[in-house]
Design a protein around this ligand. Structure first.
Ligand SMILES: [Cu+2]
Length: 163
């Protein structure tokens, strides 16, 4: 075997190596494109989430010494709700169970809050928006969690998620 022949064999090996690489990167691109297409199809589009946000049911509630009005709020299971609570006479608070009364804490979420809080502070004269999806039918007790006076302990209500 002379040097020239060896060089030409090396050259052709290099070329086939290059085409293998090209083939591999082509396959990779196809796979990537498939993944991108799949994720675009299977994950909710941001605008869909916005549309859902727009369709939230708004319920206006007032908080004053020592009651919420309405004190019993009915919503449909699966509905996205925005409670708009206005404290009219004083600072109040709002805390609500995330699991239905009597369900215990088995880990399942009954109300899915956009930004969960132990106690929402309701400032006098202001409206506080609390957003959630009513996942599981049941009765969810809520109460004032900001000491507002002698009747504070009796300031409570119920959210009823109807099936
Ligand atoms: Cu209170």
């Amino acid at each position: 075997m002379n040097l020239l022949k060896m060089l030409s064999i090396l050259g052709s090996l290099q070329q086939s190596g290059r085409s293998t690489k090209k083939f591999l990167s082509g396959t990779l691109l196809l796979a990537l494109a498939a993944i991108v297409l799949w994720s675009a199809l299977s994950f909710p589009h941001p605008s869909a989430a916005l549309a859902q946000n727009d369709s939230a049911q708004v319920i206006e509630v007032t908080a004053k010494k020592y009651e919420y009005s309405p004190a019993t709020i009915h919503v449909k299971s699966g509905a996205k709700i925005q409670l708009k609570i206005t404290a009219t006479d004083h600072d109040h608070g709002f805390s609500i169970a995330t699991a239905p009364d009597g369900a215990g804490s088995n880990g399942s979420v009954g109300l899915e809050f956009t930004s969960p809080q132990m106690c929402w502070q309701l400032k006098q004269g202001e409206t506080t928006t609390i957003e959630f999806v009513a996942q599981t039918p049941g009765t969810y007790s809520f109460k004032c969690c900001h000491v507002c006076g002698l009747g504070h302990r009796g300031m409570k209500g119920q959210l009823v998620v109807d099936p």
